[in-house]
Design a protein around this ligand. Structure first.
Ligand code: BTN
Length: 269
């Protein structure tokens, strides 16, 4: 077994990290804090979140990153699949143990960090759509999937970097960094900048998370006055979004009532 590399019965052995990623991560080292001291690279996995979860069960250090070139069973929120063609995206999962008081803000922080990382690596200005989808001009560029207990979260990040042969339903709603910019981009640099931004926003969570909410408000598609639809206890509800609160919940007016939506699917109308 390679020294410094974890092997479990449930996970295949990773191979050494390609230069494409190793070099920008080394250059970003000072900004990464406890993140990405160990990056486990796989040419192909089912889901990086599964590998990271099995490592987390074995008490790996916080900040360990699982990275794959391709996922055969990549998954998104709400039971959807996440198309993960070889070499076309960033498919990464980070093991995190957030402070309990601000765990609800973790995915908000991650959405902000991905927008910031993409902007810093490529100049592309994307925005966050509540809760944490990353969009450009109404098309989805990246998504975040947080799984696990509040005390130990597997934070999965999927970013479309190259235009790829996505399934037709995905292709209609998705875009990629290269498609938007019309030029090649450095996938390793995008990862390194996203992780550096995440490390910074994660530190803010430890300081109470105020900076994360402010940053989200600057980088989010405006929610105020937007009509939004969701389901609650099997009932379809429609309301007018007002803001997000200090816990990252969407504040919605339904008639005279003010509701807070924490998770689940909302459809912007
Ligand atoms: C979404 O917007 O629905 C979330 C998509 C999250 C995709 C990433 S890719 C890396 C990690 N592994 C997975 O199986 N999913 C997440």
């Amino acid at each position: 077994m390679t020294p410094g590399v974890i092997s479990t019965q449930m996970t295949p052995d990773p191979i050494s990290l390609p230069e494409e990623f190793a070099s920008p991560l080394t250059l970003a080292r000072a900004r990464l804090g406890s993140f990405a001291h160990r990056v486990l690279w796989y040419p192909e996995v089912g889901s990086t979140n599964d590998i990271a979860a099995s490592l987390a069960e074995r008490h790996v250090d916080e900040g360990v990153v699982v990275l794959a070139d391709r996922q055969t069973s990549g998954r998104g929120r709400l039971g959807r699949s996440w198309a993960s063609p070889a070499g076309a995206g960033i498919y990464a999962s980070v093991v995190l143990r957030p402070p309990p008081a601000v765990a609800t803000l973790l995915t908000i922080a991650a959405g902000v960090a991905v927008v910031e990382g993409i902007a810093s690596a490529t100049g592309l200005l994307a925005y966050v759509k509540w809760p944490n989808d990353v969009h450009v001009d109404g098309r989805k560029l990246a998504g975040i999937l947080a799984e696990g207990a509040p005390s130990q979260v597997i934070l999965g990040i999927g970013i479309n970097v190259l235009p790829a042969a996505y399934p037709p339903d995905v292709a209609a709603r998705a875009t990629s960094i290269e498609a938007e910019l019309g030029r090649p981009v450095d996938r390793g640099l995008v990862l390194a900048e996203c992780l550096a931004a995440l490390a910074m926003r994660y530190r803010e969570l430890h300081d109470g998370g105020r900076g994360v909410i402010d940053a989200w408000r600057q980088r989010a598609a405006p929610v105020q006055g937007r009509r939004v639809e969701w389901e609650s206890a099997g009932q379809r509800q429609i309301g007018l979004a007002e803001n997000i609160d200090e816990d990252g919940a969407l504040v919605v007016k339904v008639g005279a009532q003010t509701l807070r939506i924490r998770s689940g699917e909302v459809r912007w109308l």
